[in-house]
Write a protein that binds this ligand. Structure first.
Ligand SMILES: Cc1ncc(COP(=O)(O)O)c(C=O)c1O
Length: 376
């Protein structure tokens, strides 16, 4: 069915992200704590690998649909090194960022009218991509500590559920799921014979606890794993992510990827291979910087009396805020994102990104403290 202007019902259900609207509302010299990307350069060796590939002519042509073999080998080696997972390079598709990986997973597995369960508040793409695949979003509210409860996911499952999405560390909360939760998500995927899409793009930004993937625990092939170079190596502009899954699932997702994308950008593939196989110090340095900033931000929020579940990963904090707080903060020149941009259960919260330097965070904290006083 189409509307009067001829647009699909699917696209009419999706709007431009609320985050963008906030940016547009803010003044030009506002302090931007709304950003979803690291403020570090891409490592030199990754940049250089792309330059070399371009100069030698290696990056001129389509690559194989799944991506160059050496990149997929590097991805498999990364999963063995970091996650203890034995993934065959043939079971990996290199994608245009984690975004395309999520898109092809949903396109390949969701029929019209089928439900997709995901965290609320959660990353904005889960709702939008579910609609674009013709599915029905089934947001599940988080626990008080802003983690996703496996029991709540299990309760939301119906005969019509196509998949559930797990995201740890999470955007917009910074929450990290415990290994026990991840084991439970794997059990649910196995026992309900249901697809679990595990979005692990913030894997490298974990400050406490440890990152575990439900794929480690699953006994069936019902977990597909989404990851990317974007956040780990500060490569959001390169558009390089991947999806790992069983033969059968990869074959179906490859059909979507082949016609929608052909292959991931060749220069980006070479850069990603270098990032994954080269020295990992830039990853450790970024993690340390984020940890330090998080602590400063949390101390500042506590001082102004805002309750904030302690984020253990990513580079976001999500405090509970009084009514009118977000508007007041934005009016005073600091961009933060209202929690409801990430789902209705996000109401009463704000997402603060600390992907910016300490001086700026401290300046923003002073402004936020004054705004808090003003709205109390
Ligand atoms: C949770 C989550 N998943 C996936 C993505 C997509 O990342 P990419 O830039 O690799 O497409 C993002 C980007 O913000 C994200 O926050």
């Amino acid at each position: 069915m189409t509307d009067a202007a001829g647009f699909s019902e699917r696209v009419e259900q999706v709007s431009i992200s609320g985050i963008r609207e906030v940016f547009e509302a803010a003044g030009e010299d506002a302090i931007n704590l709304g950003l979803g990307q690291p403020d570090f350069p891409t490592p030199d060796h990754a940049r250089q690998a792309a330059i070399d590939a371009i100069e030698s002519g290696k990056a001129d042509a389509y690559t194989s649909n799944k991506g160059i073999e050496s990149l997929r080998e590097a991805i498999a080696a990364k999963h063995e090194r970091d996650n203890g997972l034995d993934i065959d390079p043939g079971n990996v598709i290199a994608t245009a960022g984690g975004s395309e990986a999520l898109h092809i997973a949903l396109e390949a597995h969701v029929d019209a009218g089928e439900e997709v369960i995901f965290p609320d508040p959660g990353f904005v793409s889960y709702d939008a991509l579910t609609h674009l695949a013709g599915g029905e979003p089934e947001p599940v509210a988080l626990r008080e500590d802003l983690t996703l409860s496996p029991a709540a996911v299990e309760d939301a499952i119906t005969d019509n559920t196509a998949a559930f999405i797990v995201n740890s560390p999470a955007n917009p909360t910074g929450a990290v799921q415990s290994p026990e939760d991840m084991r439970e998500f794997a059990r649910i995927a196995d026992e309900h014979d249901l697809l679990c899409i595990s979005d692990e793009v913030y894997e490298q930004q974990v400050f406490e606890g440890e990152h575990r993937s439900p794929m480690e625990f699953a006994e069936s092939d019902n977990v597909v794993l989404v990851n990317a170079c974007s956040k780990a190596y500060s490569m959001t502009g390169w558009r390089l992510g991947w999806i790992a899954a069983s033969d059968e699932r990869i074959e179906r997702m490859l059909r979507v990827h082949q016609y929608g994308q052909a292959c991931a950008s060749a220069p980006a593939q070479y850069a990603a291979e270098a990032a994954l196989t080269g020295p990992q110090d830039p990853v450790d340095e970024m993690r340390e910087a984020f940890r330090e900033r998080r602590d400063i931000l949390l101390a500042g929020l506590e001082e102004m009396g805002l309750e904030c579940p302690r984020p253990e990963g990513a580079f976001y904090a999500m405090p509970k805020v009084p009514e009118g707080w977000v508007e007041e903060v934005i009016d005073r020149g600091v961009v933060v994102v209202p929690g409801e941009a990430f789902g209705s259960a996000g109401e009463g919260y704000a997402r603060i990104s600390y992907a910016t330097d300490i001086e700026t965070i401290e300046e923003a904290l002073e402004i936020m403290a004054a705004a808090t006083e003003a709205v109390r």
